[in-house]
Design a protein around this ligand. Structure first.
Ligand code: DNO
Length: 351
C-alpha cells in the first residue's frame, strides 16, 4: 500500500509542503484543472504538475480524475472525437509515467451531498446526505452547486443537459460506458496506465438521473466486460458503504483477487437512515464501517496500490474546500497507517 493524499493544484489552500510533513504520505493524487472537459491535456502542463510534486519529495501517484465529457455518457454523435481526445490524454499520462487514472461515469453530477457543513456535537462540521432534502432540491434552477461539480454550465445549459438525460435509461448509460471502455481500455493498456472507475457517490440514482456503478453486480459487469488489467476500479469505502447491502470485504476480495483494484479511498460514514448518512471521522467506532476489516481485506488480497484518506471533517477552525481540509484528512492518514502497520506486524508475526 502506498499512502497518498489528494491535492487540487495551486488553488488548493492545502500546500504540498504541508502534505509532505504528514507521516508516511509519499504519493499525490491530483489532476490538470485548467483544461476544459473534452480537450486533450497539454504535455507541458502534465510535466509541470509532475515536476512540482517531485520538487516536494513526493510522486504523482494517481490522476484523479480525467473527467468524461457528458456527450460520451449521452452517446452523442461527437463522442468519437471526444473519446479520441480522452485516449490522447491517457497516452500522454502514460508517457509521463502516471500509473493510475481515476474517473467516473456519473451523469452531470459527481459526488453529491445535501449539506456541506453540518455541525457535529463536537463542533466540527461535515458533509451529509439526507435523501429527504435531496428530493426537495431542484438542480434545474441552477442555484445548487457542490465543489465536485462542473460549475461551468449556465442555467440554460444545465436544464438542457438534464433534459437530454430524460431519455437515457440505465441500460443506455451502460451501453455508452461499454462503448467508451472498448475504445479507451486498449489505449490505457498500451500506455501502461491502469484505469480505475470511481463508484457512484452515493451509490443510487439521484435527481432522476441514472447511475450504474454502485454495487457488486454493476462493478462486475464493468470489469468483466473487458478482461484487461487496465480495466479496474477505485474501491471507495465511503461511497459503496453508504448502501448497507454492499458487503465491502466481499467486494475487495472479489476484485482484489483478480488484480482489479487500482486505487483505494478509505473513509468512514455514519448511516443515519434510509439513503442518508454523515461523513464521520475515519475511526471505525465513529461510523458504520469497520476500517480494520476494510484494510485487512486489502492486505489479504496483496493490495500494493495507492490508497488515500478520503474526505475529512473541518476541525480546529480550518477553512477550505469542503471535505478536503488538511487536518482531519491528515489524522485519517495517520490512523490508516497505524491500522496497516498493526495488520502487517500481526500477520507477519511481528517480523
Ligand atoms: C469526491 C471524490 C470524487 C472523485 C471522482 C472520481 O470527493 O471521491 O469527486 O474524485 O468521482 O472521478
Amino acid at each position: 500500500m502506498e499512502m497518498t493524499f489528494r491535492w487540487f493544484g495551486h488553488n488548493d489552500p492545502v500546500k504540498l509542503a504541508q502534505i509532505r510533513q504528514i507521516p508516511g504520505v509519499s504519493g499525490i493524487v491530483s489532476a490538470v484543472y485548467d483544461v476544459p472537459v473534452g480537450e486533450v491535456w497539454p504535455r507541458e502542463t502534465i510535466a509541470a504538475l509532475k515536476a512540482q510534486i517531485e520538487s516536494h519529495g513526493m510522486k504523482l501517484a494517481v490522476v484523479e480524475s480525467v473527467p468524461v465529457h457528458e456527450d460520451i455518457k449521452l452517446g452523442r454523435p461527437n463522442r468519437d472525437q471526444l473519446i479520441e481526445n480522452y485516449s490522447q490524454t491517457i497516452r500522454r499520462l502514460g508517457e509521463a509515467g502516471v500509473p493510475v487514472v481515476c474517473y467516473n461515469f456519473m451523469p452531470v453530477f459527481d459526488w453529491t451531498r445535501s449539506d456541506l457543513a453540518f455541525m457535529l456535537p463536537d463542533g466540527s462540521t461535515t458533509l451529509t446526505f439526507e435523501d429527504e432534502k435531496i428530493e426537495r432540491m431542484d438542480p434545474a434552477t441552477g442555484d445548487l452547486s457542490l465543489p465536485g461539480w462542473d460549475s461551468s454550465y449556465t442555467k440554460k445549459e444545465m436544464q438542457q443537459l438534464l433534459e437530454a438525460y430524460r431519455g437515457v435509461s440505465e441500460e443506455d448509460l451502460w451501453m455508452n460506458l461499454a462503448y467508451f471502455l472498448e475504445r479507451v481500455i486498449p489505449v490505457a493498456e498500451e500506455a501502461g496506465v491502469k484505469m480505475a472507475i470511481h463508484p457512484d457517490d452515493p451509490p443510487w440514482p439521484i435527481f432522476g438521473l441514472p447511475r450504474i456503478v454502485g454495487n457488486m453486480r454493476q462493478l462486475r459487469r464493468l470489469v468483466d466486460h473487458i478482461d484487461s488489467p487496465a480495466n479496474g476500479i477505485a474501491f471507495c469505502s465511503g461511497s459503496l458503504g453508504a448502501d448497507p447491502d454492499n458487503d465491502l470485504t466481499e467486494i475487495i476480495h472479489y476484485f482484489g483477487e483478480r488484480g482489479r483494484i487500482h486505487f483505494a479511498h478509505t473513509r468512514n460514514i455514519l448511516r443515519t437512515g434510509v439513503r442518508s448518512f454523515q461523513e464521520s471521522s475515519h475511526r471505525s467506532v465513529d461510523g458504520s464501517i469497520d476500517m480494520v476489516r476494510v484494510l485487512e481485506a486489502l492486505w489479504d488480497t496483496d493490495f500494493a496500490g495507492p490508497l488515500r484518506p478520503d474526505h475529512g471533517r473541518m476541525i480546529w477552525g480550518e477553512q477550505g474546500r469542503p471535505g478536503y481540509g488538511l487536518y482531519d484528512r491528515a489524522l485519517g492518514a495517520t490512523y490508516l497507517n497505524g491500522i496497516w502497520e498493526t495488520i502487517e506486524k500481526m500477520k507477519r508475526g511481528g517480523k
